[in-house]
Every structure is written in structure tokens, then in C-alpha cells.
Design a protein around this ligand. Sequence first.
Ligand SMILES: [Zn+2]
Length: 400
Amino acid sequence: MKKTLLSLGLLAGLLGPAAPAARAWGVVGHRVITQVAVYELPTAMQAFYFRHLPELARLSTAPDERRGQDPQEGSRHFIRLDHYSEDNPFAKIPRTYDEAVEKFSADTLQKYGTLPWAVLDAKQQLVAAFRARDTVAIILRSAELSHYAADAFVPLHTTVNYDGQLTGQTGLLALWENQLPERFLKDYKLDGEESKVLKDPLAAIWLVLQNSYGFLTSTYDLEAKTSKGLKAQTKYTFSHRFGRTQRRYSDAFADAYEKEVGGMVAFRLKGASPLVASLWLTAWQEAGRPDLAQLLVPPKLSKEEKDHLTTQLKAWKANTLYQDQLLLALQKEKKSVDADEIKAAEGEAAPPPPPELVAPAAPKQKAPLTPAATAPPAKAKAKTKGPEGTNKQKATDFTW
Ligand SMILES: [Zn+2]
């Protein structure tokens, strides 16, 4: 019986949502990105964010969870750039929401996605929360901002062919954003840059989208390359749920595809945390750098909390967060800690599934780390011309 439950749970986790509902990163990705972003904050912000890390990580998936209830929510998670122009949408779409509405209408933007402006909105709401010194709102808005900013790093969230459904590659989204991170997180290098104040947050978001769009060609082409010569029985895993047959890419296919994309997913996931931390920092700066210690009760981290933070920062820098079992996304929630100090956390997000349903148990010994995870994959070249009509923009070139 237990085995049945376990495999059903595992299945649910791996199958992800029904194909047409695009949800970036999944629970593991969003929570890891949010956790790592806390390590990248300046000291003046870090204690506050570290104290609230469990709520932040949990709430970072709330925007996906409310998509079923709020019809306006879905379009905040993507922007289907190639609807506007396949070759160079960046030359066609105005950067600001008001200009884009004037050119294309609010309905069109709603239909094809409002991701860049959702990030900016969330940032503005965080500025207001900081100004109001409202702890609950700061946590909520920071988690939302993390979610939308992280979504911008998923190439398939920038296209009308978001699940490979137009090219006979249906299921590609769940493969890319759920299956690959869950299978290979142990190899990802998560150490990263420190946050910095963004002079132009909207420009930073558009640059991320441009880079994401540039990865699309290889996302599809390498799926086709991996598929060559494979029979459907090898390529896919079939399951039956609620009277329906569902299909997902097999683990063997996921492993072969990961080799082909050469660290692309790791690179995009790792890139998200510095932007998230920088957006938090920018909002705090815009709000006049309020003293966050005044919002902490007690106002300082305890010795135990400080020790935990030190341990985690060390593990983050040494790329052993996974091996040291410090990633919250892979831990069972501790009920005692989760007697939510902030009420807004209640009912916002379902607890994450137990780690055995999400990822293999963390090995005791250090796993070899993939060098490719630190650099953009050589095989994944940008296809898209930038706004200046050049494709020389490197995927690593985040000039915030
Ligand atoms: Zn999302």
C-alpha cells in the first residue's frame, strides 16, 4: 500500500501539470533560487531574510498555486515573444507596459503574457512594503518577486511553442524545468555573485528574457537530436491516472538530453538568484534602506541562527548545499518552525512533498561537480538578434 502511494506521489511529481499549463521551474527550482538569493544579500538585509527563509522559500511557489483561482494570474508567468516577431521581437515590443498597451492593446498583452511587467509590479509592491515597514508584506512580495523573476530565466516561457506542442515535442516544458533540475540538482553549482542595486530593473529583466529567448533553438534542436533513432517506448514513460493515459519523457531520455544541453538548465537556474537578490536590494534601496533589524523580534539573530547562517554560507560557497542536505526544497517541513510567525504564510502554499518524492536522497559523500554548470553551455548558442540587431550578446553578459 505504501509502495502504491509512494509511486503515485512520485508520478504526480514527475508528470507535473497538464501540458498546456506552463509553470516555470516547479517547486524545487523556485525554492532553491529563493534560498540561494538570501545568501547573496548584503549584511544589512541578510539577517531579516534568513530569519524568514522557510516562509520565503515556501511562498515562492504560491503564484503558480493560485493560477487555478485567478484568471489574470497565468499571463504573469510568461511572455510569448515570437508572437510579435520570430526573428527579432525585441525590436518590436516596447519595453514599458504603457507603450506596449498602446501598440498592441491590453488584451493582446494579457493573452501573450505580461512577465516583464509582473516582475516590475512585484518590485514596486515590495518597495511599498518596505516603506510601510510591514513584515508580512515584505515576505510575501519578496517571494512573489522571486517567482516572477525566476520565471524569466526559463526559455520556454518566452515562446508560443512553450511545451514543444507545435513541433511534436509536447512535454518539453516539464522535462526542462522539473525533470532535469530534480535529477541533476546534485551536480549544479549554486555559488554566485553578490546582489547589486539595479539602475534600470526593467532593462535587466528584458536582458534576461533576451538571453532566455536565445536558448530556444537549442532547446528544440537538441531534443530532436536526442530523439533520433529512439522508439516511443524508450523515449517516453506512460502512466494511467484518472482514466487517462499520460506521457512524459523517460528518465533515460532526460539523462541523454541533459548531456546534449550541457549545463543549460543549471546555468539558467544559477543565474536567477543574483537577479532575485538584486531586485530585493533595489526595492530596499528605493524605499530608503529601512532598518530591518527593527522588524526582527528578537532584533538580532540568535547564536544558533548565526551558526546556521555561517554553515549555510560556507556550504553555498563550496557548492555543497545539496550534499550537506541544506536545501529547504528537499527537506521535510519542520512543524514546530512552521507555526507561522507571519499569518500571511498560512494557506498560501502547500507544503513541499517529502524529499524522497522530489529527488533522490542526498548522498553522504560529495558528488563530483559538473564544470559545465559554471559556464554557459557551449552548445547552446543564442539565436536571437538583440535590440541593436546584433547577436553578439553573450548569455553570460548580465550587465545589470
Ligand atoms: Zn510561474
